[in-house]
Write a protein that binds this ligand. Structure first.
Ligand code: GDP
Length: 193
């Protein structure tokens, strides 16, 4: 998809704040600093749109970006940031659970993983959670430009193995820096709209 129009519609914490347009929604999840904002920005062809409250410690909200009057990207606050208090972590969990499990327009969660490293416990927990609730998952293995091309397959296999990935779930090698994987990622999203 060639994106021309993006509008940040709302930062929501509660269901009554979610938009009511009815467009299909794709949530973006990943641990803090994994490259989630960079992924969003690359996908929508912007330099620095997805920056709102992405800093750890700031108010944790679900940020709804309306794209081309066709779909929403929903930026979910990153997980696994060590300095977050127990109370904040619980509030995060509640907000995510409420959105992920009760949101009819949610078509898939795009889970961002760093291709260089084994998925963390938090990555595995997120994936298990999504599978448990039968929410379709698209795995993005990002920062691919940081390792040689010859190692992509091996790193992909490690991610699949550690997450115990369902063979039907797509895993896309991506680089926000180079734009690698862009067409494939949009294709996976568009076929679920
Ligand atoms: P977020 O916290 O998950 O939103 O992560 P950011 O998108 O802010 O990215 C964290 C850091 O990783 C930043 O310094 C980015 O420039 C860098 N980064 C993100 N994606 C890529 C990528 O595909 N390639 C490279 N080389 N760096 C990346």
């Amino acid at each position: 998809m060639k994106v021309h129009n993006v509008e940040m519609v709302i930062s929501a914490v509660r269901p009554d704040q979610y938009p009511e347009d009815g467009y299909p929604e794709f949530a973006l999840a990943g641990r803090s600093n994994v490259g989630k904002s960079s992924f969003i920005n690359r996908m929508i062809g912007r330099k620095a749109l997805a920056r709102i409250s992405s800093k750890p410690g700031k108010t944790q909200t679900l940020n709804f970006y309306k794209i081309e009057e066709q779909l929403f990207f929903v930026d979910v606050p990153g997980y696994g940031y060590a300095k977050v208090s127990k109370r904040e972590r619980e509030a995060w969990g509640k907000m995510i659970e409420r959105y992920f499990t009760g949101r009819e327009p949610l078509k898939a969660v795009v889970q961002i993983i760093d291709i260089r490293h084994e998925p963390s416990n938090d990555d595995c927990m997120m994936y298990d959670f999504l599978k448990h609730y039968n929410i379709p998952v698209i795995i993005i293995a990002t920062k691919a430009d940081k390792i040689p091309k010859g190692k992509w397959d091996k790193h992909k296999s490690i991610i699949k193995k550690v997450l115990e990935m369902d063979a039907n779930d797509p895993i896309i090698v991506f680089s926000s820096e180079k734009g690698l994987g862009y067409d494939e990622a949009w294709a996976e999203i568009e076929k679920r709209m």
